[in-house]
Design a protein around this ligand. Structure first.
Ligand code: 4NP
Length: 156
């Protein structure tokens, strides 16, 4: 099993969106038996809460249901158990290193994007609705690149 963890700050906007988008892609490629997907936050503000209504609404319009997801905080154990620990921005990348120490598993998620040259998926929490569309555009593109990387690395 290849284990993928997406990480943002609150685990209610960007990382649950990435979890939903990437899980759907994995299902479309019939790889659920091989790839496990989860998400977490580096802060505990929204533990046990469902994704932000704006994130859920934007995802539903692209055919992705985030309603069953609940916030949780990333742990040291996550850094041991997951094969890919993908930070949504540089702040969360640093937060993860603070939790578990430097590791080649910890990467910026947008490293897998072809279309976006940025380091960070911008935090949409305090912005407008367009921020959530931008988050989805970036996440969908990087998800395709990530799946290609996993298939190559694990011969799937
Ligand atoms: P996320 O967005 O990290 O993409 O889930 C945020 C959610 C909540 C807060 C910040 C960012 N907050 O400050 O509560």
């Amino acid at each position: 099993m290849v284990r993928v963890l997406f990480v943002c700050l609150g685990n209610i906007c960007r990382s649950p969106t990435a979890e939903g988008v990437f899980r759907k892609l994995v299902q479309e490629h019939d790889l659920e038996q091989h790839i496990e997907v989860d998400s977490a936050g580096t802060h505990a503000y929204h533990v046990n809460q469902p994704p932000d209504q704006r994130a859920q609404g934007a995802a539903v319009r692209r055919g992705i249901d985030l309603s069953s997801l609940r916030g949780r905080k990333a742990t040291m154990q996550d850094l041991e158990e997951f094969d890919y620990v993908l930070a949504m921005d540089r702040e969360n990348y640093q937060n993860l290193i603070g939790i578990g120490g430097a590791s080649e598993k910890i990467e910026l998620f947008l490293r897998y994007s072809q279309r976006f040259d940025d380091d960070d998926v911008p935090d949409p929490y305090y912005g407008g609705a367009n921020g959530f569309e931008q988050v989805l555009d970036m996440i969908q593109d990087a998800s395709a690149g990530l799946l290609a990387d996993i298939r190559r690395r694990y011969s799937l």
